[in-house]
Design a protein around this ligand. Sequence first.
Ligand code: NAI
Ligand code: MG
Length: 488
Amino acid sequence: MTERKLANSQLGSLEYDPAPESAAVARLAPSYGLFIDGAFTDPSAHVQFASINPANEETVATVAQASAADVDRAVASARRAYESVWSKTTGAERAKYLFRIARIIQERARELAVVETLDNGKPIRESRDVDIPLAAAHFFYYAGWADKLDHAGFGASPRSLGVAGQIIPWNFPLLMAAWKLAPALAAGNTCVLKPAETTSLSALILAEILQQAELPDGVVNIVTGDGSTGAALVEHPDVDKIAFTGSTEVGRLIQRSVGSSAKHLTLELGGKGANIVFDDAPIDEMIEGVIDGIFFNQGHVCCAGSRLLVQETVADEVLRRLVRRVEQLRVGDPMDKNTDVGAINSAAQLARIEELSAYGEREGATRYTSSCVLPEKGYWFAPTIFADVAQSHRIARDEIFGPVLSVLTFRTPDEAVAKANNTNYGLACGVWSEKGSRALWVAQRLRAGVIWANTYNRFDPTSPFGGMRESGFGREGGRHGLEAYLDV
Ligand code: NAI
Ligand code: MG
């Protein structure tokens, strides 16, 4: 008895030793140019900007700011490659390149994971176990489609679109590059990719990988820069298709700009995902799923389960368990293999999270914030739960895109569905219940592109992903993901 008590109290004070991954694995150059026509080149205006590590505010490397003239060079290169090489390359041949890229990503996985974590601030455990393996999986998956397009359900010999302009965000930098490039190349298009300005580096390592794979010059071009670079790509007259992932605000601008042209468009925008917990849900699994649903990747996830809807009968217990679990999350050095929650990606994003959270308190919600000690340098936000949230509160309506969970309650399945659908977004939802029939009943009534049952944030290249309403349109992943790059 005494021994057991002792053991328990020792366990209670158990501390982890630091387990840092080595930054030297990254082998980054001090500065990078633009990747155009198969080679790295200087930007025309010779402007470089710093890509910083948000965990300590140090510069990781500098990257080039592409001007409209540079974007024009990149599009011209993609057009040449399309006309002279890629549109004449057989599906089986295109597949070989995609398989090669997938394998090299696997070979360089540790290096890519370290680069991603240094540049983005996400925990190394996540870049190592989620981002990089999934990026490789997307190339493997679409490599398998490249020679089977006739059998994809889009008629015989579906045609590619031409040059695709692709603009991606900072939350899953390499993975979003893979989501965009793999289906486009499999379908026979050439690409100009614009990474987000705070996280360009893994895309530039990917450029090296494309060289290593001997992908023909110009099939993929990578232009780094800010929103003005993205806008130049969107407005370029010789681009046939725009694929965008990012904010609803910029999505609207792009839709307006593309609307008057013949360009094809797919948009993957924000979300305010409802995670619905019924009183018969298996509680331990559910608590882990809800925690993962909002604190994975610091909550910088468009499909995050940021609105928890709990059945009233179990609301007190669920909240108590969640608050206790949040206290156990290890927040800090993203390069430490034991870290659960890393740094917020940028000062701007931190300011946005702080502003929206302040509304939570002002509008009368009850705030629980982890007592974790935050590092002094860098951008940090302690995991936070708001209880007593009303549907009218801003924290129940606006996408916070940070480690902040809003908890609401419901009594009946009908009320759960009504509350879940009471949003302008429609990207993802979750349902937790022991009863399969109930999960299906709810899923059929939810207006969102992705519904998870008794799990959350599951990603797989074979499964289509995308939104409705203000979350955008078009699908990425699976057979559906090919449609966005075919003239069907
Ligand atoms: P953003 O939409 O400005 O950035 C996404 C990408 O669009 C970046 O590559 C950026 O350079 C580019 N871009 C910016 N302005 C552009 C323009 N006029 N034309 C073409 N491309 C342009 O998103 P931001 O400012 O980084 O984040 C703001 C909010 O957006 C976040 O707090 C979050 O709520 C949401 N967001 C949603 C994402 C998602 O995965 N759906 C990803 C990133 C942000
Ligand atoms: Mg960075």
